[in-house]
Design a binder for this molecule. Structure first.
Ligand SMILES: [Ca+2]
Ligand SMILES: [Ca+2]
Ligand SMILES: [Ca+2]
Ligand SMILES: [Ca+2]
Length: 245
């Protein structure tokens, strides 16, 4: 299926505005943060939201930076108007309510996310978190794989038949607590929620750094309407290594 029309993100539009129509006064600003009376924040066009005082670009982040590919399945559609930002950056978990900051993959739909600045490595315990929008009694599952080159994939086995066991190895099970407005650490498997994956389980990935994460709807979910299948919110690096050093 062809994805529906996509609009540029607000951030992209603002950056474009900065390129072509910025007031000349921009060149005289220094030190970044001006305050809310001005347009600029840390040298980048303000989003219009209240100034938090935080730099807009804080360097490497533990979330996905790009979509390398997306192949929607039947029943996809929801969230595509906000693509790709909807699956990048922070999760927007709502606990038992679930998040709407997601994109539905549709039946057997598949997406590959890429890390530009921080990859996943095997550290203690879980190394990667994947965030869907489950709520109690309603789970839509996906299999997760990683790659260091975007070509050779290493997939965690996902048991879609083991409801009693909580669908071991699958994404789409754990309620998501972390969001960009609360103080929950989205990279802490103990608190963030979502589903945790340990590179140590992938025997032939020893010593490698995952730059890509592939998430594939299992084809065993519900596909009515346009919000079918696994709904991806975000992924987060738990144990990471800089890709820019
Ligand atoms: Ca990142
Ligand atoms: Ca590990
Ligand atoms: Ca869902
Ligand atoms: Ca999201």
């Amino acid at each position: 299926m062809t994805p529906t029309s996509r609009v540029p993100s607000a951030a992209a539009a603002l950056l474009c505005a900065a390129c072509s129509g910025a007031p000349s006064s921009v060149a005289t600003l220094s030190g970044g943060d001006i305050d809310d009376s001005g347009i600029f924040d840390s040298g980048i066009f303000d989003s219009g939201s209240p100034d938090t005082g935080e730099p807009v670009d804080s360097g490497p982040d533990p979330f996905a930076d790009r979509v390398a590919s997306f192949s929607p399945g039947t029943g996809a559609g929801f969230g595509q108007e906000s693509y790709p930002d909807v699956v990048l950056g922070w999760p927007e978990g709502g606990g038992e309510v679930g998040s709407l900051d997601v994109m539905s993959l549709g039946e057997a739909g598949e997406i590959v996310l890429e890390f530009d600045d921080m990859g996943v490595v095997d550290g203690e315990g879980a190394d990667l978190l994947v965030f869907e929008n489950p709520f109690p009694g309603w789970y839509e599952l996906a299999t997760v794989a990683v790659s260091d080159d975007g070509e050779t994939w290493h997939e965690w086995p996902c048991d879609v038949d083991d409801e009693q066991g909580g669908y071991p190895g699958c994404a789409g099970v754990g309620l998501v607590e972390a969001n960009s407005d609360n103080d929950v650490d989205a990279t802490d498997p103990e608190t963030a929620g979502g589903d945790a994956f340990d590179l140590a389980m992938l025997a032939d990935f020893t010593g490698k750094t995952a730059r890509y994460v592939r998430i594939r709807d299992t084809g065993t979910n519900s596909y009515d309407g346009t919000a079918g299948g696994f709904d991806l919110d975000a992924v987060a690096v738990v144990n990471g290594q800089s890709l820019t050093d």
